[in-house]
Design a protein around this ligand. Structure first.
Ligand SMILES: [Ca+2]
Ligand SMILES: [Ca+2]
Length: 138
């Protein structure tokens, strides 16, 4: 699973959403059911490539070996990733879902080999000093 800033961000910023150009589905996706999963470990990650680890990642596992990751920035959970063992499982059990606009609805789904990145609404703007607790800059 790669976790990178991609040119899609620039396209979105320009108001040019070329859905055919990227392998992402847009719809409403439900957060995965955590029943049977246990928290395995937690770490910090860099979701926008600026070298600052702004994203808290929780790793969950179930007895069958499936893994779930949640990604949280500034107290907002913006992505889930599910990885199910078995090569033929398909995207319904191997995916990343992302809340692209911080409205609490997961509206994009990616395959595990696709690039995805922290939503614009949670980007930390470099060079701006913000006190703790300040809402993310839009
Ligand atoms: Ca970062
Ligand atoms: Ca959304």
């Amino acid at each position: 699973m790669r976790f990178n800033l991609i040119p899609l961000l620039a396209l979105l910023s320009a108001g040019l959403l070329l859905q055919e150009a990227v392998a992402v589905e847009t719809s409403y996706f439900a957060a995965p059911d955590l029943a049977g999963y246990a928290l395995h470990r937690e770490n910090e990650g860099d979701g926008d490539g600026d070298g600052v680890e702004e994203t808290h990642i929780r790793h969950y596992m179930n007895p069958a070996g499936s893994t779930l990751f949640s990604m949280t920035t500034a107290d907002r959970l913006w992505a889930w990733s599910l990885n199910t063992p078995g090569a033929d499982a398909g995207i319904d059990s191997n995916y990343v879902i992302r809340d692209s606009n911080c409205d609490g609805v997961f509206d994009e789904r990616y395959g595990l080999d696709e690039d995805f990145h922290i939503p614009d609404c949670l980007q930390q703007k470099p060079g701006i000093l913000r006190p703790p607790g300040t809402p993310p800059v839009h």
